[in-house]
Design a protein around this ligand. Structure first.
Ligand code: G6P
Length: 481
């Protein structure tokens, strides 16, 4: 049987899966790695003076993890630089925040080449290799240069940008060409896949071949839609665990008969946090009679704080939350509880369950799993309401949520009012439809569809990647429609 090698910048296999803090993706990939007896390779998160390429091996609950340290210049140019100052904003349609310096591009190429060289000796002939996310796009090309002929798949967790924006990136063609060293490329939504195809056809003069194939740069690869999900049963277990119940009780008590709304997001400008707070402020302004009856718990762990755009958004949010609280709070009520910290998954499940409304309003987002976690945590008899940005990948499947344009304060304010006053019957009906989507897109289905399709790829004599049998991503697309 083929082994599976997973490669990602951040390796999140949990040392203790029972501790309840690991995310669905980490659990799902760990389960696959145990099944396929593979390994998970990536950056240790550590910085050293000089790159050695030595692998630190760990066993994390039966998963073999291979970690490599990077030197400070690598972290600066590859992780903070090209990954998070260039590609992240660009892929989230923020050309205004996209910074490009030649050194970032060089650091990105250098680290990808280094990772490829360190990984090369670990690869056995039958292994399949699954690369994750925007940090590591060129690594397949580098592995090919080192003679690797194994099947290699790539999954992009973020959106893919519109062609008109992608062409603002210096050397955009080289980046896209490097994707053609993969055999299978997966996107979260049909929209991102369509945008990728548009670039390939209109800018790079490639062709669509067959059902999911793309021919360009002298090679045919397969590309499909694989919407990621959560580990539904594990999340429901977390909700029902002692810690989940305790947190629920604590939140219910601290709500004191008020309706609680919740937002949970890394502190990132793509999440639309300012727009959300401004929409909430608009609601408070428009509905004086509802003011003291509602509050927002906004859980926002600090993220990528070495990058200036993240420092800027943090300062703006501090000021905004302070201003809204200062303006509207009363002696026994504060409209926003703004928390720069993270919580364990079981605690989050308890918080979600106690929340009458969840605000997921990114300006652009690959999928957004908070939306799915919130739905999974609800009490089926008396569920809360999900307010979801139409620009989150999740909106392609979760049309029964209250979909909003997060750029419009009035729309957000109106949706909050509608959510808070929605009759139980309507809430139950919407929740049932949403819960079906959450189950139908469970993370195990996502993983097995992608791995199944990668195993299903055959390489022809010309080096093209074709499917042997019908791919799974058809089913995913049908579900998503
Ligand atoms: C997004 C990306 C992931 C990344 C995560 C956390 O979800 O798609 O690849 O790991 O953010 O960001 P960080 O920079 O802390 O790894």
């Amino acid at each position: 049987m083929s082994r599976l090698i997973v490669v990602s910048n951040r390796v999140s296999a949990p040392a203790d899966p029972a501790a309840g803090s690991a995310g669905g993706l980490a659990m799902a990939l760990s389960a696959a790695l145990r099944k396929y007896d593979g390994l998970w390779f990536g950056w240790s998160g550590e910085t050293v003076d000089h790159f050695t390429g030595d692998i630190k091996w760990e066993d994390r609950a039966g998963v073999t993890v291979a970690l490599v340290d990077l030197e400070a210049q690598d972290v600066d140019e590859y992780y903070n630089g090209y990954a998070n100052k260039t590609l992240w904003p660009l892929f989230h349609h923020r050309v205004d925040l996209t910074a490009y310096e030649r050194s970032y591009g060089e650091g990105y190429e250098r680290v990808n080449a280094r990772f490829a060289e360190v990984l090369r000796p670990q690869i056995q002939p039958d292994d399949i290799i699954w690369i994750h996310d925007y940090h590591l796009i060129p690594i397949a090309r580098d592995l090919r240069r080192l003679g690797v002929t194994n099947r290699i798949g790539f999954f992009l967790h973020t959106p893919w940008p519109a062609r008109q924006l992608l062409v603002t990136l210096p050397h955009h063609r080289r980046l896209v060409e490097s994707l053609f060293a993969y055999d299978l490329i997966g996107f979260q939504t049909q929209e991102w896949l369509d945008l990728f195809r548009d670039y390939v056809v209109s800018e790079a003069r490639g062709d669509l071949v067959g059902d999911g194939g793309l021919e360009c740069f002298g090679r045919t690869v397969q590309a499909g839609v694989y919407p990621i999900g959560i580990d539904v049963d594990a999340f429901i277990d977390a909700r029902n665990s002692p810690q989940g119940n305790r947190t629920y009780d604590r939140m219910a008590a601290s709500s004191a008969f008020r309706s609680m709304m919740v937002g949970v997001d890394r502190l990132d400008y793509s999440k639309g946090l300012e727009e959300r707070m401004l929409g909430y402020e608009q609601f408070l302004h428009d509905n004086p009679d509802m003011r003291g009856d509602v509050f927002l718990v906004q859980v926002t762990p600090i993220s990528r704080d070495e990058v200036d755009t993240y420092q800027d958004i943090r300062a703006r949010l501090d000021a905004l939350a302070g201003r809204i609280n200062g303006e509207y709070a009363d002696m026994d009520w504060q409209p926003i509880r703004y928390l720069n910290r993270s919580y364990r998954r079981d605690q989050l499940a308890g918080i979600y369950r106690a929340a009458r409304v969840c605000l997921v309003t990114p300006l652009r987002d690959g999928m957004n799993l908070v939306a799915k976690e919130y739905v999974a945590a609800q009490n089926p008899e008396d569920p809360g309401v999900l307010i979801l940005s139409r620009f989150a990948g999740a909106a392609e499947q979760m049309g029964e949520a209250l979909l909003v344009n997060p750029f419009s304060r009035e729309e957000v304010a109106d949706a909050i009012k509608r959510a808070l006053t929605m009759p139980r019957e309507e809430r139950v009906r919407k929740w049932q439809a949403l819960m079906k989507v959450v189950r139908d897109t469970d993370v195990a289905i996502w993983r097995d569809d992608f791995v199944g399709d990668l195993l299903n790829v055959v390489i022809t004599g010309d080096g093209d990647a074709l499917f042997h049998q019908d791919p799974f991503h058809h089913h995913s697309q049908a579900d998503a429609a």
